[in-house]
Structure formats: C-alpha cells, structure tokens
Ligand binder design. Sequence first.
Ligand SMILES: Cc1cc2nc3c(=O)[nH]c(=O)nc-3n(C[C@H](O)[C@H](O)[C@H](O)COP(=O)(O)O)c2cc1C
Length: 341
Amino acid sequence: MPAFATADEVTEAARSALPTELWDYVSGGGGTEITLRRNRSALDSVCFRPRVARDVSDTRADTTVLGIECSAPVLLAPIGTIGLFDAGGAATCARAAARAGTAAFVSILSTPSLEEVAATGAPLIYQHYTRGSRAWTLDLFRRAEASGYRAICVTVDSPVDGLRERELRHRFDRGKAQAQPNLGRDARRELQAELTWSEIAWLAEQTELPLLLKGVTHPEDAVLALEAGVAALIVSNHGGRQLDAQLGAVEVLPGVVEAVGGRAEVLVDGGFERGGDVVKALALGARAVLIGRAMCLSLAAGGEDTLVETLARLQEEVSRTLALLGVSTPGAVSREYLVGG
Ligand SMILES: Cc1cc2nc3c(=O)[nH]c(=O)nc-3n(C[C@H](O)[C@H](O)[C@H](O)COP(=O)(O)O)c2cc1C
C-alpha cells in the first residue's frame, strides 16, 4: 500500500512538514494569484461526456513525448529551487521519474549539476533560461548534449521575475535560498529581458536536440515558434507565478493546438493534480502534462518514494478515467468527450 492514498493526503503532509514561508513560496503565485486560481478553476469547469459499452478491458496510459517513452502522459516540471524540498534536488526527481517510467525536466537553476543529475540515467530534458552571453548559453547546451539530455527547453514566460506578494511578505530571497551550480561565473543575476524570436531561431540552430519552448499561451506565438524551428511547445503560465490575471492554461490550450495543427507536440502545465485533470488536457489536444507543485509537495511529504507513488497514482488514475470515458489509449480521447473547455 502506498503511504498516501490521495493527492490531498500528500498536500496535507507537505503542509505540516514545510515551514510557513516555504509553503507560501511553493503554493503561491504572482500578484493577487488570479492566474494561479484560474488554472485550477478552468480545469474544474471542463466536464466529461462519456461513452458506454465499449471494450475498455485493455486500457493503457503510456505514450511518447518527443520519442521518449513515458508510462503515463505526465512528466516532471523544471523547478529551480527543488533542492529546498529534498536534499537530493533534481537528482531525486530524476531517479523517481526513472522508477516511474517517465521523463523529468531539469532546471538550469536547480541542484546538483546537470552532469550529476544525468548520472541517474533517467530520460531528461534540460531547461534553460537565457541570462548570459551566447557563448555561455552554448556552453550549457554542449554540457546537456554531452551528458545525454534528450531535448532542450527554453522558458520564455519570464523576461523579468513575477511579483509574488507572498514571497515579499516573508522577505523570501529565492536567489539566496539555494546554490545554483549550473550558472557559473559568467551568468547574469537577472533574467534576459531582451530575448526575441530571432534569438530563439538562433538557439534552435545551435543544437541537434529538439528545442522546446515553455510558456507559450498565444496562438500567434505558437506559429512564430514553429517558424523559429521549435520542435514542441509547453502551454504554461508558469503555474500562475509570473503574469497575473491570465486565463487558465487549459483555456488557452485549444487555441495553441489549433495554430500548431499537428506540426509539433503540445504539452501543458498548471494546476494538474489528478488523472482526470490529465485526461482533460489530452482531450483538448495536449500530448502530455507537467506537474510542478505536485512534485515539490510529494518530495516534502515523503521524498523520492512518495514522488514515485504520486506518479504511479496519476498513471492509474489516467487509465481509470480513460476506461470510464469509454476509450482505451491516451491518443483516442478528443474534444468529443468533453463539455466546456
Ligand atoms: C517552486 C517553483 C519553482 C519553479 N522553477 C522553475 C524553473 O526554474 N524553470 C521553469 O521553467 N519553471 C519553473 N517553475 C514552473 C514549473 O516548471 C511549472 O510550469 C509549474 O509549476 C506548473 O504548475 P503547477 O505547479 O501548478 O503544476 C517553477 C514552479 C515552482 C512552483
């Protein structure tokens, strides 16, 4: 039996285990947290429209993302401060992903080094923030390639930091909260506000690995991303931590999926807690989802084993939801199975 039977039990255990300022740091969002709440309320407002009497005796949750085999359409999001929730940081997440049969994104800002995380042997995607010179960026791309990362993801929703009022209240300094071994001496302290589409096209040319963009929400930006040579998009508002007062991620997902028109894989994150949430995203055209806070809270509640349990629970819930909907594979669900959204 898993130590925690439901997502809520994990959240409650994490809340008791974390100091208030860390709980507020991880669970909070930008501004007055409208985007944060909207991610969740948008998911809740989509309803299923099931079909019955179909043979669902062989329902499966597994899929592929950029050719990487995943036991369920659920990947681990990049979290720069993951070391605050488990001393092993991104290496613990990578091990949990490998045990659960899925892939993990590794933030440039996380601990330990990219190479140490890669030594776990898990399928990994390196998440980059442009905040240094081109030479500095290329050095990080080469390090990710040399240590076996399967793709590179550039997060584009953070030209400057979001204004997080809960962090301000606690005088919480993210930069000081943990070491950032990947940045090196040549990195700038601040994010790179001058990033443009021509630079993204240049970045896509600098690696043989597929390039993902994380943080696209506008259909016209999705088209610009494809023109720039991007292989996959992550529809994301950074879990509501950057620009406040946006639509929920699953509300903007269909517009991006339509603009992409099958030319690239589209992932999504923001507010995903249960298998039913994941299936809603699939029905709206996503290939898979990323979990951020659910991962941090699992680590805080019970470390690597609890994160493996969370991933196993999500896999089981995805396949149970698909069966209850009357479909047998993640690829078979579509908007026909939804009302709203
Ligand atoms: C504590 C924390 C740190 C994060 N750090 C990063 C980061 O370094 N890079 C990045 O692209 N996104 C970062 N994110 C955003 C997540 O990758 C992801 O987009 C978001 O958490 C998804 O929403 P969810 O937490 O509701 O699942 C962070 C999110 C949290 C909660």
